[in-house]
Ligand binder design. Structure first.
Ligand code: HOZ
Length: 428
């Protein structure tokens, strides 16, 4: 049994000062039991915990680190930027440079603004949608997670699903009343809702590949219905690509499906591991944002020079190395190897993957919406998670999250992971 004495002591100390000992609930291991690892350092595909144990990391800070931990070029530009000052509260050239790199891959984002997190990005995009349309109602899908803003924490995935909390306390009922939820992949319910209510709907927001109820891709024709319904009602379509951006394809899910949303939110990868978010879209829509228009949105640290530097370098490397498409073979090997390992051990699983995001549900499937995802055997998942951790492989500590690959994960490491999976499936 691996010793985690130091992690345990750090967790005890943290719990005295920080709610649950963590700054974000999904880190707390509540979905799998036990205590979280406290991390000391990361390099490439590996992390080391406070006790010196080494793991192949598929969490990658929940997605941002597509180049792996501490990529030397990213570290160098952050060091260099920090040496010139950590924040000015004034514009810098790097913001335009990052905007250009984003827009090259996401031409639908004709104007965009940087914020500090994915939550800020989705919250701001909704305000823009309401300001632009003069309507209040927002539609979201069950199991999709768009950060922790009021009104979006309704039947949300991620931590809400992990902890079994459908809606957060502290969200005024009047506020949540303006959020309508539908089952993911239910084209008929979507069409009916827009036929009935369309003229009152400001926007439909969705993860174009669900990544916060485990991985749930859209079925054929669903995205087309999403676009048709919103357009037909002059409601805005918001693609939340915080997770899928530069992950399922360089141009995100919108390039994969050939759908042009009115607004897009990004985060994670575009900050190269620094706190960042962005929202943007059609010029005429984004022109409602202050100081051009009446929708107010601001931030002392928005467009922070360290985040911009890390983001610019990361997107440059992504372009040079043809990511994430270059990860396709390794992704496929991992997906197929996991399925094969489960089959050999007689464990029922349903695997899903898009680009460099993947997940294994502990059930036969198919998993096409949140209700399906919730039928997974979460206790079996928890045993598998710990069996993998014991064998030096760190997965996200929840059935309702996904795993991520980076360019630092080698073929040999994938084989090591699959060997661990064979043993882990047999052990549970
Ligand atoms: N944004 C991630 C949801 N899948 C997890 C990060 C967090 O909530 O800490």
């Amino acid at each position: 049994m691996t010793s985690r004495v130091r992690s345990e002591a750090l967790f005890q100390a943290a719990q005295k000062r920080i709610p649950g000992g963590v700054d974000s609930p999904v880190r707390a291991f509540r979905g799998v039991g036990g205590s979280p690892l406290f991390i000391d350092r990361g390099e490439g595909s590996r992390i080391w915990d406070a006790d010196g144990n080494e793991y192949i990391d598929y969490v990658l800070s929940w997605g941002p680190l597509i180049l792996g931990h501490a990529h030397p070029r990213v570290v160098a530009v952050v060091r260099e930027a920090a040496g010139r000052g950590t924040s000015y509260g004034a514009p810098t050239a790097a913001e335009t440079e990052l905007a250009e790199l984003v827009q090259e891959a996401y031409p639908s984002m004709e104007l965009l603004r940087f914020v500090n997190s994915g939550t800020e990005a989705t919250m701001s995009a909704l305000r823009v949608a309401r300001g632009f349309t003069g309507r209040d109602i927002i539609v979201k899908f069950e199991g999709c997670y768009h950060g922790h803003a009021d009104g979006l924490l309704v039947k949300a995935g991620s931590g809400g699903a992990t902890l079994g909390i459908p809606d957060s306390a502290g969200v005024p009922a009047d506020y949540a009343r303006n959020t309508i939820t539908l089952p993911y992949n239910d084209a008929e319910a979507l069409e009916n809702l827009f036929l009935r209510e369309g003229k009152n709907i400001a926007a439909l927001i969705l993860e174009p590949v669900g990544g916060n109820m485990g991985l749930v891709p859209p079925e054929a024709g669903f995205m087309e219905m999403v676009r048709r319904s919103t357009k037909g009602s002059n409601s805005l379509l918001i693609f939340d690509e915080v997770m899928t951006g530069f992950r399922v394809a360089r141009g995100g899910a919108q390039s994969l499906f050939g759908i042009q949303p009115d607004l897009t939110t990004l985060g994670k990868v575009i900050g190269g591991g620094m706190p960042v978010g962005a929202y943007g879209g059609r010029r005429e829509v984004m022109e409602v944002v202050s100081p051009l228009g009446p929708v107010y949105q601001a931030g002392t640290l928005s467009g922070n020079p360290l985040a911009m530097a890390a983001g610019v370098e990361t997107l440059r490397i992504i372009k040079e190395e043809g990511l994430p498409e270059a990860l396709e073979d390794r992704g496929r090997r991992l997906e197929e190897g996991m399925a094969e390992a489960a089959r050999r051990a007689g464990v029922a699983t349903w695997g899903a993957r898009r680009g460099s995001m993947f997940c294994t549900f502990f059930q036969e499937g198919p998993v096409r919406d949140f209700a399906d995802a919730q039928r997974s055997d979460t206790e079996k998942f928890a045993r598998f998670f710990h069996a993998m951790l014991e064998r030096g492989v760190a997965l996200a500590p929840s059935q309702f999250e996904v795993g991520f690959l980076s360019s630092a994960h080698t073929e040999a490491e994938i084989e090591t992971t699959l060997e661990a999976a064979r043993e882990a499936f047999a052990a549970i």
